[in-house]
Write a protein that binds this ligand. Sequence first.
Ligand code: FAD
Ligand code: DLZ
Ligand code: SF4
Length: 514
Amino acid sequence: MKTLVPVLGDQLTPTLSALRDADPDDTIVLMMEVGDETTYVRHHKQKIAYILSAMRHHAKALEKAGWTVDYVKLDDPDNAGSFTGEIARAVERHAPERIVVTEAGEWRVAAMLESWETIFGIPVEIRADDRFVATHAEFDAWASERKQLTMEFFYRDMRRKTGLLMDGKKPVGDRWNFDKENRKPAKADLFMPQPHVFKPDAITKDVLVLVAERFADHPGTLDGFAYAVTAKDAEKQAAYFLAKALPQFGDYEDAMLTGERYLWHSILSPYINSGLLDPLDLCRRAEAEYRAGRAPLNSVEGYIRQIIGWREYMRGIYWREGPDYVTRNFLNHKRKLPGWYWTGDTDMHCLKEAIGQTLETAHAHHIQRLMVTGNFALLIGADPAEVHRWYLEVYVDAYEWVELPNTLGMSQFGDGGLLGSKPYISSGAYIDRMSDYCGQCRYDVKKRVGEDACPYNALYWDFLARHEGKLGDNQRLRMPYATWKKQSAQSRNETRAQAKTFLQSLDTAGESGY
Ligand code: FAD
Ligand code: DLZ
Ligand code: SF4
């Protein structure tokens, strides 16, 4: 039966469920570069370049493997500009008897797939995306049995299901979680691993020209584009990570250093999320490093927890909470993000570093996203929907199913604690402990008030005071609230006045990027 198989930009996996039992002689694979996907938010230039180049390379790989690929480029003069518009043109061209597609990675696109059967009058089979460990039904079954959706318990189930780091029914090392050992600050080190730099080939060069012309007003720069765009090159980075960085990954997972963008992180998320690498395979290979004595348990367990724990859990939350999740705003935050989130032009050194490297590479590591840019946005009371849009735009690995729960849920407490039992907030002291940023900053991390006081400090206490009605009973915030209340009225007033002046300065400093 003549079948049309659309393959979306984050489905670049040869064994994709929609293709698995297809007959190459009777199948047209359709890949579509479309305006709507490149502009529904103003994606970072390198994110668009990465996705389009990876798509073009994947199309070539599929053709080499014997598939007939109908590939629509963004600058095709007849390009309809949307997935549904391109399906319409493909149905005209090929007259398929049915469409088979793997489920989409976000509600917006899922609704499009659902509409095709009615619009085109041919059967549309939407298959599960089995590149994940947990099915939607498994996550729902787990979640519906619980009041509190604690990631740790979900993670343990995923360990049992995959058998990763298990000795029979017991976790290897007799503990499920070695996170407490993974909080060391780092020092500059000449031998720190550096991810591969992949030089653009002819296909990538074409894409870079296209993106430079068409998306000049999008954030970020294309200079120094160094991402892998093929499964083979992504695998090169994976092998490098497992051999060179994994052993130290755990110890320095939360560390930050000026000028060191990658530390011992894997820099594999773009490849995993778009389908060039298989997350479970990476976990099995990480476990093999431990079993062979080449990587310690705290690193390997930490890495595996990020993938079969956090990554799977975020996906479960996204699909379980539904398309309205994006509108949640528990703390009723309304402030616009300052314009310098799009330029890095701030004298707060930690933010300058995190935003600067984001604009230059479309990447920042987890603790920068959570405790520098995310923490600051939360402390100033930024609108979580706007913060979500920023993260979705600027990171090369950002697809809504993973970005939204991380941003709106974990980072901005927009869901009121569904995903984390307390907001991820801190004063400057945490950033000082985990980085060398403060020593290079014009602000004094030890000060709470005064012209040179670290803004995070007054903002932190002001946040707690502002939200006492909603957060005052939170058991995990008992200590900071007790500390706040122990201070003299004068000290509290000074702190709040300092925060107020700072927030007013943000409001008058200039336009948000939106
Ligand atoms: P490593 O530090 O090497 O971690 C290993 C792997 O674990 C990653 O490749 C990733 O696949 C997975 N992982 C780690 N933490 C998480 C997490 N919290 N959620 C899901 N997977 C995780 N990750 C994305 O993939 N896409 C996003 O859009 C995204 N947005 C985020 C927004 C915020 C506000 C925060 C706090 C985190 C976000 N993350 C996101 C999670 C995390 O920051 C990135 O996965 C990580 O920085 C990617 O770099 P890496 O591959 O070097 O990761
Ligand atoms: C993010 C993105 C971009 C920038 N461009 C395309 C594109 O041109 N074609 C495509 O198939 N996908 C693209 N994507 C990814 C999609 O927006 C979307 O995130 C996924 O299809 C959801 O499963
Ligand atoms: Fe950031 Fe404050 Fe440290 Fe400056 S002093 S780097 S603003 S935490």
